[in-house]
Design a protein around this ligand. Structure first.
Ligand code: ADP
Length: 255
Protein backbone atom coordinates (compact mmCIF):
# COMPACT_ATOMS: atom_id res chain seq x y z
CA UNK A 1 0.00 0.00 0.00
CA UNK A 2 1.38 3.39 -0.98
CA UNK A 3 0.24 6.69 0.50
CA UNK A 4 1.00 9.64 -1.72
CA UNK A 5 0.63 13.26 -0.55
CA UNK A 6 -0.52 15.79 -3.08
CA UNK A 7 -2.06 19.25 -3.34
CA UNK A 8 -1.24 20.34 0.20
CA UNK A 9 -3.12 18.21 2.71
CA UNK A 10 -4.62 15.68 0.34
CA UNK A 11 -3.52 12.07 0.27
CA UNK A 12 -3.95 9.33 -2.26
CA UNK A 13 -3.86 5.68 -1.17
CA UNK A 14 -2.76 3.21 -3.80
CA UNK A 15 -3.12 -0.51 -3.17
CA UNK A 16 -2.06 -3.36 -5.41
CA UNK A 17 -2.85 -7.07 -5.16
CA UNK A 18 0.53 -8.83 -5.39
CA UNK A 19 -0.61 -12.38 -4.54
CA UNK A 20 -0.06 -13.52 -8.13
CA UNK A 21 3.45 -12.07 -8.08
CA UNK A 22 4.19 -13.77 -4.80
CA UNK A 23 2.81 -17.07 -6.02
CA UNK A 24 5.09 -16.89 -9.05
CA UNK A 25 8.08 -16.08 -6.84
CA UNK A 26 7.27 -19.08 -4.61
CA UNK A 27 6.93 -21.34 -7.64
CA UNK A 28 10.31 -20.18 -8.92
CA UNK A 29 11.92 -20.85 -5.54
CA UNK A 30 10.30 -24.30 -5.27
CA UNK A 31 11.40 -25.15 -8.78
CA UNK A 32 15.03 -24.26 -8.15
CA UNK A 33 14.97 -26.21 -4.87
CA UNK A 34 13.40 -29.22 -6.59
CA UNK A 35 15.84 -29.27 -9.50
CA UNK A 36 18.80 -28.92 -7.14
CA UNK A 37 17.52 -31.74 -4.97
CA UNK A 38 16.84 -34.02 -7.95
CA UNK A 39 20.35 -33.41 -9.29
CA UNK A 40 22.08 -33.72 -5.97
CA UNK A 41 20.82 -37.21 -5.18
CA UNK A 42 22.36 -39.01 -8.19
CA UNK A 43 25.49 -36.86 -7.98
CA UNK A 44 25.97 -37.84 -4.33
CA UNK A 45 25.73 -41.50 -5.30
CA UNK A 46 28.20 -41.13 -8.18
CA UNK A 47 30.61 -39.09 -6.01
CA UNK A 48 30.37 -41.67 -3.22
CA UNK A 49 31.26 -44.56 -5.53
CA UNK A 50 34.20 -42.70 -7.03
CA UNK A 51 35.53 -41.86 -3.59
CA UNK A 52 35.12 -45.44 -2.36
CA UNK A 53 36.95 -46.83 -5.38
CA UNK A 54 39.70 -44.18 -5.20
CA UNK A 55 40.27 -44.90 -1.50
CA UNK A 56 40.68 -48.61 -1.85
CA UNK A 57 41.10 -49.66 -5.46
CA UNK A 58 43.34 -52.52 -4.29
CA UNK A 59 40.70 -53.80 -1.84
CA UNK A 60 37.95 -54.44 -4.37
CA UNK A 61 37.50 -57.33 -6.71
CA UNK A 62 36.88 -56.73 -10.39
CA UNK A 63 33.21 -57.72 -9.91
CA UNK A 64 32.80 -55.19 -7.10
CA UNK A 65 34.17 -52.44 -9.31
CA UNK A 66 31.96 -53.44 -12.25
CA UNK A 67 28.99 -53.38 -9.87
CA UNK A 68 29.90 -49.86 -8.64
CA UNK A 69 30.28 -48.63 -12.20
CA UNK A 70 26.89 -50.10 -13.17
CA UNK A 71 25.20 -48.33 -10.26
CA UNK A 72 26.95 -45.06 -11.05
CA UNK A 73 26.00 -45.18 -14.71
CA UNK A 74 22.38 -45.86 -13.72
CA UNK A 75 22.49 -42.60 -11.75
CA UNK A 76 24.08 -40.70 -14.61
CA UNK A 77 21.29 -42.02 -16.85
CA UNK A 78 18.82 -40.57 -14.38
CA UNK A 79 20.47 -37.17 -14.53
CA UNK A 80 20.45 -37.29 -18.29
CA UNK A 81 16.71 -38.08 -18.39
CA UNK A 82 16.07 -35.25 -15.97
CA UNK A 83 17.98 -32.75 -18.10
CA UNK A 84 16.25 -33.94 -21.28
CA UNK A 85 12.84 -33.51 -19.63
CA UNK A 86 13.77 -30.06 -18.28
CA UNK A 87 14.90 -28.97 -21.73
CA UNK A 88 11.71 -30.33 -23.28
CA UNK A 89 9.64 -28.41 -20.70
CA UNK A 90 11.47 -25.15 -21.22
CA UNK A 91 11.11 -25.47 -25.00
CA UNK A 92 7.37 -26.02 -24.58
CA UNK A 93 6.98 -23.15 -22.15
CA UNK A 94 7.72 -20.52 -24.77
CA UNK A 95 3.94 -20.22 -24.86
CA UNK A 96 3.30 -20.04 -28.60
CA UNK A 97 0.60 -22.48 -29.70
CA UNK A 98 1.72 -25.47 -31.74
CA UNK A 99 1.62 -24.96 -35.49
CA UNK A 100 -1.33 -26.41 -37.38
CA UNK A 101 0.48 -27.25 -40.59
CA UNK A 102 1.48 -30.79 -39.69
CA UNK A 103 -1.22 -33.39 -40.36
CA UNK A 104 -0.95 -36.31 -37.96
CA UNK A 105 -2.90 -39.46 -38.74
CA UNK A 106 -4.55 -40.32 -35.41
CA UNK A 107 -4.83 -44.07 -36.01
CA UNK A 108 -1.18 -44.32 -37.09
CA UNK A 109 -0.12 -42.25 -34.05
CA UNK A 110 -2.08 -44.30 -31.51
CA UNK A 111 -1.04 -47.58 -33.13
CA UNK A 112 2.65 -46.69 -32.83
CA UNK A 113 2.17 -45.67 -29.19
CA UNK A 114 0.48 -49.05 -28.60
CA UNK A 115 3.48 -50.77 -30.20
CA UNK A 116 5.92 -48.88 -27.97
CA UNK A 117 3.94 -49.67 -24.81
CA UNK A 118 3.80 -53.36 -25.78
CA UNK A 119 7.56 -53.42 -26.29
CA UNK A 120 8.16 -51.71 -22.95
CA UNK A 121 5.81 -54.06 -21.12
CA UNK A 122 7.50 -57.11 -22.65
CA UNK A 123 4.58 -59.49 -21.99
CA UNK A 124 4.00 -58.34 -18.41
CA UNK A 125 0.60 -56.81 -19.27
CA UNK A 126 -2.29 -57.32 -21.67
CA UNK A 127 -2.46 -54.15 -23.73
CA UNK A 128 -5.57 -53.64 -25.86
CA UNK A 129 -5.92 -51.14 -28.69
CA UNK A 130 -9.39 -49.65 -29.25
CA UNK A 131 -10.07 -47.48 -32.31
CA UNK A 132 -13.43 -45.75 -32.64
CA UNK A 133 -13.01 -43.53 -35.67
CA UNK A 134 -10.05 -42.01 -37.45
CA UNK A 135 -9.15 -38.49 -38.39
CA UNK A 136 -6.15 -36.26 -38.71
CA UNK A 137 -4.84 -34.12 -35.85
CA UNK A 138 -3.39 -30.74 -36.73
CA UNK A 139 -0.29 -29.99 -34.68
CA UNK A 140 3.19 -31.16 -33.97
CA UNK A 141 3.63 -34.90 -34.50
CA UNK A 142 6.66 -35.00 -32.22
CA UNK A 143 4.81 -33.33 -29.36
CA UNK A 144 1.59 -35.31 -29.82
CA UNK A 145 3.54 -38.57 -29.88
CA UNK A 146 5.43 -37.57 -26.75
CA UNK A 147 2.20 -36.75 -24.87
CA UNK A 148 0.38 -39.94 -25.95
CA UNK A 149 3.43 -42.14 -25.26
CA UNK A 150 3.92 -40.57 -21.83
CA UNK A 151 0.46 -41.66 -20.66
CA UNK A 152 0.91 -45.16 -22.09
CA UNK A 153 4.36 -45.57 -20.53
CA UNK A 154 3.03 -44.42 -17.15
CA UNK A 155 0.30 -47.06 -17.36
CA UNK A 156 2.95 -49.74 -17.94
CA UNK A 157 5.11 -48.39 -15.09
CA UNK A 158 2.31 -48.10 -12.56
CA UNK A 159 0.52 -51.38 -13.35
CA UNK A 160 1.83 -54.54 -11.71
CA UNK A 161 2.60 -57.61 -13.79
CA UNK A 162 -0.52 -59.39 -15.03
CA UNK A 163 -2.52 -56.14 -15.24
CA UNK A 164 -4.61 -54.85 -18.12
CA UNK A 165 -4.16 -51.65 -20.11
CA UNK A 166 -6.36 -50.15 -22.79
CA UNK A 167 -5.12 -47.55 -25.25
CA UNK A 168 -7.80 -45.91 -27.35
CA UNK A 169 -8.84 -43.22 -29.78
CA UNK A 170 -12.29 -41.95 -30.73
CA UNK A 171 -13.33 -39.07 -32.92
CA UNK A 172 -16.51 -37.30 -33.86
CA UNK A 173 -17.97 -33.93 -34.76
CA UNK A 174 -17.13 -32.56 -31.28
CA UNK A 175 -13.42 -33.42 -31.53
CA UNK A 176 -11.08 -36.27 -30.74
CA UNK A 177 -10.08 -38.11 -27.59
CA UNK A 178 -7.15 -40.37 -26.76
CA UNK A 179 -7.26 -42.40 -23.58
CA UNK A 180 -5.17 -44.82 -21.56
CA UNK A 181 -6.86 -46.92 -18.91
CA UNK A 182 -5.17 -49.36 -16.55
CA UNK A 183 -6.11 -51.57 -13.61
CA UNK A 184 -2.87 -50.74 -11.80
CA UNK A 185 -2.09 -49.16 -8.44
CA UNK A 186 -4.37 -46.13 -8.94
CA UNK A 187 -4.13 -42.71 -7.29
CA UNK A 188 -5.82 -41.30 -4.21
CA UNK A 189 -8.28 -38.51 -5.21
CA UNK A 190 -6.43 -35.98 -3.01
CA UNK A 191 -3.43 -36.12 -5.37
CA UNK A 192 -5.33 -35.70 -8.63
CA UNK A 193 -5.41 -31.86 -8.76
CA UNK A 194 -1.61 -31.65 -8.36
CA UNK A 195 -0.56 -34.48 -10.67
CA UNK A 196 0.55 -32.25 -13.56
CA UNK A 197 2.75 -30.04 -11.35
CA UNK A 198 6.45 -30.32 -12.05
CA UNK A 199 8.10 -32.93 -9.79
CA UNK A 200 4.82 -33.93 -8.15
CA UNK A 201 4.79 -37.65 -7.41
CA UNK A 202 2.46 -39.75 -5.31
CA UNK A 203 5.16 -42.23 -4.40
CA UNK A 204 8.68 -40.90 -4.88
CA UNK A 205 10.33 -44.32 -4.44
CA UNK A 206 8.18 -46.05 -7.02
CA UNK A 207 8.63 -43.23 -9.53
CA UNK A 208 12.43 -43.44 -9.15
CA UNK A 209 12.54 -47.23 -9.36
CA UNK A 210 10.83 -47.12 -12.74
CA UNK A 211 13.04 -44.32 -14.07
CA UNK A 212 10.62 -41.43 -13.52
CA UNK A 213 11.58 -37.76 -13.38
CA UNK A 214 8.27 -36.39 -12.07
CA UNK A 215 8.07 -34.18 -15.16
CA UNK A 216 6.13 -36.45 -17.54
CA UNK A 217 2.63 -35.18 -16.82
CA UNK A 218 3.82 -31.56 -16.68
CA UNK A 219 5.13 -32.07 -20.22
CA UNK A 220 1.82 -33.68 -21.27
CA UNK A 221 -0.13 -30.73 -19.86
CA UNK A 222 2.02 -28.19 -21.73
CA UNK A 223 1.72 -30.05 -25.00
CA UNK A 224 -2.05 -30.22 -24.60
CA UNK A 225 -2.31 -26.50 -23.82
CA UNK A 226 -0.33 -25.77 -26.97
CA UNK A 227 -2.90 -27.83 -28.92
CA UNK A 228 -5.93 -26.36 -27.07
CA UNK A 229 -6.53 -29.79 -25.57
CA UNK A 230 -7.47 -30.82 -22.03
CA UNK A 231 -6.55 -33.69 -19.72
CA UNK A 232 -9.14 -35.57 -17.66
CA UNK A 233 -7.97 -37.97 -14.98
CA UNK A 234 -10.06 -40.38 -12.95
CA UNK A 235 -8.56 -42.93 -10.61
CA UNK A 236 -9.13 -45.01 -7.52
CA UNK A 237 -6.38 -46.53 -5.37
CA UNK A 238 -6.02 -50.24 -5.99
CA UNK A 239 -8.46 -50.16 -8.90
CA UNK A 240 -6.66 -48.28 -11.63
CA UNK A 241 -6.57 -45.02 -13.54
CA UNK A 242 -7.89 -43.45 -16.68
CA UNK A 243 -6.15 -40.55 -18.39
CA UNK A 244 -7.99 -38.95 -21.30
CA UNK A 245 -6.74 -36.22 -23.60
CA UNK A 246 -9.42 -34.27 -25.48
CA UNK A 247 -8.80 -32.26 -28.62
CA UNK A 248 -11.22 -29.64 -29.94
CA UNK A 249 -12.89 -30.01 -33.37
CA UNK A 250 -10.69 -27.12 -34.63
CA UNK A 251 -7.62 -29.40 -34.32
CA UNK A 252 -9.26 -32.36 -36.05
CA UNK A 253 -10.02 -33.13 -39.70
CA UNK A 254 -12.32 -36.05 -40.33
CA UNK A 255 -12.22 -36.12 -44.15
P1 ADP B 1 6.90 -39.78 -12.97
O1 ADP B 1 8.13 -39.59 -13.77
O2 ADP B 1 7.13 -39.74 -11.49
O3 ADP B 1 6.07 -40.93 -13.41
P2 ADP B 1 4.73 -38.13 -14.04
O4 ADP B 1 4.62 -36.64 -14.13
O5 ADP B 1 4.65 -38.92 -15.31
O6 ADP B 1 6.06 -38.42 -13.23
O7 ADP B 1 3.55 -38.63 -13.08
C1 ADP B 1 3.36 -38.00 -11.82
C2 ADP B 1 2.88 -39.00 -10.79
O8 ADP B 1 1.56 -39.44 -11.13
C3 ADP B 1 3.71 -40.28 -10.72
O9 ADP B 1 4.83 -40.14 -9.88
C4 ADP B 1 2.69 -41.28 -10.18
O10 ADP B 1 2.66 -41.18 -8.76
C5 ADP B 1 1.36 -40.78 -10.72
N1 ADP B 1 0.90 -41.56 -11.91
C6 ADP B 1 1.01 -41.20 -13.21
N2 ADP B 1 0.43 -42.11 -14.02
C7 ADP B 1 -0.08 -43.07 -13.22
C8 ADP B 1 -0.82 -44.30 -13.45
N3 ADP B 1 -1.16 -44.70 -14.68
N4 ADP B 1 -1.18 -45.03 -12.35
C9 ADP B 1 -0.85 -44.62 -11.10
N5 ADP B 1 -0.16 -43.49 -10.81
C10 ADP B 1 0.22 -42.72 -11.85
Amino acid sequence: VHVIRFAGKRKMVLSRDISQLERLENMRRDFVANVSHEMRTPLTVIGGFLETIADGIEDFSREDIVHFIDLASEQSGRMQRLIEDLLALSALETGAPAPVEERVDAVELVTSVHREATLLSGDRHRIALVLEGGGVLLGSRKELYSACANLAINAVRYTPTGGHIEIGWRSGACGGAYWVEDDGIGIDPEHLPRLTERFYRVDRGRSRETGGTGLGLAIVKHILTRHQGTLEVSSAPGEGSRFEMRFPASRLRLD
